[in-house]
Design a protein around this ligand. Structure first.
Ligand code: MIG
Length: 789
């Protein structure tokens, strides 16, 4: 009855179970304990720790002394930070080189300021507290011009002011609409943008948490069903600084293998070896590049993980090795549910090895998933993570280098959609309920899987795709946004969703291109593929019984558009790879909301239908049917139309033309980008690197091109190259200098081809101190010259 009008029957009264809120009360005493400040309050304890000069942790526990061990999200503990504590009658002050805390004593209220006295996180009326259900909550001041981003994987628009969001990893097959506030990933973290400055809050609590940026006008709150108030304040002041700070705590994405950045093709399911071979052959014949093909649940024997159905796939090893010869990787799905079957080895090992999640009395928890009644590995146990990891030899021995983790919320087919929250997790001798561990289940499965693949992959970088996760998931895998639908609305929603995942420290994301459920149309696939070219993760995937969605499924016109754009992805790979490298070094995402580069421009604050690739390329996809134009916002500066070199003045909304085969792309003047060309996929070696330079009247710019073998971990030992390009533009002269900052890796490309854009007349080009002859195309407004590396 909940989905009829009965749901809003006037006789329905909400039952409020909330018991009264109790404040932490007033300060009683404090003690400095090494790097901790321990404050005793009337109703509990508050600890304050400086993790870095620009990162503080606040932990409030109403019931006992705060637990200060680090969670699964953290990769680092506090550094030795110099700070001062000063006590006055009404206040306690804590000051580092970067932050100031003013702690009011009665009642206890914590205010965090930047060193230049900007209030970052303030508590005025209300502070921290709890209720009888042991829920913990805190309230923070909200200013009129605050905008909120991050929160992991959420529906709706970019700016989350006015939203209330729940963190509880949930398998939501339908619908992903603005009301759905808990999806597969839980990242209890956000960034506030206020008057052009940013700061972050990471609420490291794995219970179900809620962020309420909606119910009140001058304050927001976040609370958890259990545990402690345990949050970090990240001082910023730029959005990029916040990302650097957040990923210092929770880790960064390792550089993926290049093949993971190519185009991936999936379907639920390619059901037989024959079908997979034909699929690969069709890509080859049609000259459409592809780097990976996915095997969904039908490859298994009765949905038993670590098996192949040998009738459907009689010779997986041969299949995998044949495809590999064409440069195509096979990525099978692995779900956590292990079929209850006493004759199935993995189940036996799980039982005898004590690897499955259990109730307190020792009874194994069984839940219904694809294989029927199943048990679930307890990934909180080191021993179990190792066991599960070792099981992957089944795949890696066959030559598999990438794994797709699904259903790891964990999803269970029942009313609550997941495991009984009373189930216990061993947690290496510190048992916890599923209620507390639910949100980290997927993260820990990712850890088990990624680490094992890394060990088993003969020095090559593995690839993991995961649906569920918690803060820190970027360390192990790429995240796709689950079961969207072939709706234009879901195409539009994927932009802010992926941008906010990027702000949440997860740079490697993308939606199912074309939409998973429901039937795609050719036009939708064409437009979605155009967008997919610039999502960090690029996979076309569709559901059982939906219309086919491979590039050629809708006739020649659509196929040509889709092909052109998949090829475009490969052209942009060197630049994308450079941005992936940067993300792995700094945490700054590949795909960025405009506010990240223009935090003072109010037009960017909730700009949800366009985004940046790196610093200077705007992508503005078409997001509705039969639409051949759209408004694009260009921030200050001049911007080139990527396709025509036409120059637009920024600080303006312009009308962009976009016939079905045009994705609006704008490149800022002064930009330097790199392009390559791959015919089949990334297994080929690049012969020539193109450097594209976008002329500006006066000024200079710089680009650092990163490259390495794209396969191994040798880059960690210094086997990479970093070439710096410095351009100086002065009316009719362009001076270009190229310098090897690091050149321990020898790339396959020996030639560099420079493309100067915005050049319609003879100009003087000086390259590494020498005047260069250029090949001018006045019509196109480009000039070209070559150089060797
Ligand atoms: O629908 O394995 O999100 O990508 O194809 C339930 C089958 C299970 C959900 C995943 C989807 C995958 C599907 N899975």
């Amino acid at each position: 009855m909940q989905d009829t009008s009965f749901a809003i029957h006037p006789g329905n009264k909400k039952q409020l179970k909330d018991t009264p809120y109790r404040d932490i009360g007033s300060f009683e005493a404090y003690e400095q304990n090494g790097s901790f400040i321990e404050i005793k309050c009337e109703q509990g304890y508050v600890n304050i720790v400086l993790y870095r000069e620009d990162i503080i942790r606040v932990v409030m526990n109403p019931f006992q002394k705060p637990i200060m061990t680090s969670s699964f999200a953290l990769i680092t503990g506090p550094r030795d930070v110099f700070f001062q504590v000063q006590e006055e009658r009404d206040h306690l002050y804590i000051t580092s080189n970067n932050l100031k805390m003013m702690i009011q004593k009665s009642p206890l209220r914590i205010n965090v300021f930047s060193i230049d006295d900007r209030l970052l996180v303030g508590e005025s009326e209300r502070g921290m507290g709890f209720n009888e259900q042991k829920e913990v909550i805190c309230f923070k001041d909200m200013q009129e011009n605050d905008h909120f981003y991050g929160f992991g994987e959420k529906t709706s628009f970019l700016d989350k002011r006015g939203e209330k969001m729940t963190m509880w990893n949930s398998d939501v097959y339908a619908p992903h609409n603005p009301e759905i506030d808990a999806l597969y990933e839980s990242i209890p973290y956000f960034m506030t943008l206020r008057d052009g400055n940013a700061h972050g809050i990471f609420f490291d609590n794995t219970y179900k948490t809620v962020f309420d940026m909606k119910s009140e006008q001058d304050c927001y709150s976040f609370w958890a069903e259990g545990g402690q108030i345990d949050y970090f304040v990240l001082a910023g002041p730029t959005p990029k600084d916040v990302l650097e700070q957040y990923t210092t705590l929770t880790g960064r994405m390792p550089i993926p293998p290049k093949w993971a950045l190519g185009y991936h093709q999936s379907r639920y399911s390619y059901e037989t070896e024959q079908e997979v071979r034909e699929l690969a052959a069709t890509f080859m014949e049609k000259g459409i590049p592809v780097d990976a093909i996915y095997l969904d649940i039908h490859y298994m024997d009765g949905y038993r993980v670590f098996t192949f159905d040998l009738e459907r796939f009689p010779n997986p090893k041969q299949l995998i090795s044949d495809l590999k010869k064409s440069g195509i990787k096979v990525v099978p799905i692995v779900d956590p549910g292990v079929k209850e079957d006493p004759e199935y080895q993995t189940y036996q090992e799980g039982i005898y090895g004590n690897h499955f999640c259990k109730y307190m009395d020792g009874a194994i928890y069984h839940g219904d998933v694809w294989p029927g009644n199943s048990a679930f590995p307890d990934f909180t146990k080191t021993k179990t993570r190792e066991w599960w990891g070792e099981k992957h030899r089944f795949y890696t021995d066959l030559g598999i280098e990438g794994i797709w983790n699904d259903m790891n919320e964990p999803a269970v087919f029942n009313e609550t959609k997941t495991m009984d929250v009373k189930v216990m997790h061993g947690n290496d001798g510190n048992p916890k309920t599923h209620r507390e561990m639910h949100n980290v289940y997927g993260l820990l499965m990712g850890e088990a899987t990624y680490n094992a693949l890394k060990q088993q992959n003969k020095g090559n970088r593995p690839f993991l795709l995961t649906r569920a996760g918690y803060a820190g998931v970027q360390r192990y895998g790429a995240v796709w946004t689950g079961d969207n639908r072939s709706f234009w609305e879901h195409l539009a929603m994927a932009l802010p969703m992926c941008m906010n995942l990027g702000i949440s420290g997860v740079p490697f994301t993308g939606p199912d291109v074309g939409g998973f459920a429901h039937d795609a149309t050719g036009e939708l696939l064409a437009r979605w593929t155009q967008f997919g070219v610039f999502t960090p993760y690029f996979r076309n995937h569709s559901g059982l019984d939906t219309v086919r969605q491979e590039p050629w499924s809708f006739g020649e016109t659509i196929e040509n558009v889709v092909k052109k754009y998949i090829q475009l992805r490969y052209k942009w790979l060197p630049h994308l790879y450079t941005l992936f490298y940067k993300a792995s070094e700094t945490g700054i995402p590949v795909m960025r909301p405009l506010l990240m580069e223009y935090p003072n421009d109010p037009n960017t604050f909730n700009l949800s239908d366009q985004f940046l690739i790196g610093e200077n390329v705007i992508i503005a996809p078409i997001l509705s049917p039969t639409t051949n134009h759209r408004i694009v916002y260009l921030p200050e500066g001049n911007w080139y139309d990527y396709w025509t070199n036409k120059l637009y003045e920024g600080n303006a909304h312009i009308m962009a033309e976009a016939s079905l085969d045009t994705l609006p792309i704008f490149v800022k003047e002064g930009s330097i980008l790199s392009h390559g060309k791959y015919i089949r996929n990334t297994s080929e070696s690049l012969e020539k690197m193109e450097i594209h330079i976008y002329k500006t009247e006066n000024g200079s710019s710089k680009y650092r091109l990163y490259d390495d073998d794209g396969k191994t971990f040798e880059y960690e030992n210094g086997a990479y190259l970093m070439k710096e390009f410095r351009c100086h533009f002065h009316s009719k002269t362009i001076t270009i200098n190229m310098e090897d900052l690091h050149s321990v890796y020898q790339p396959s490309w020996r030639t560099l081809e420079f493309h100067l854009h915005g050049v319609a007349e003879e100009i003087e080009v000086i390259f590494n101190e020498k005047k260069i002859e250029i090949d001018l195309d006045e019509q196109k407004g480009t000039a070209i010259f070559q150089a060797s590396i």
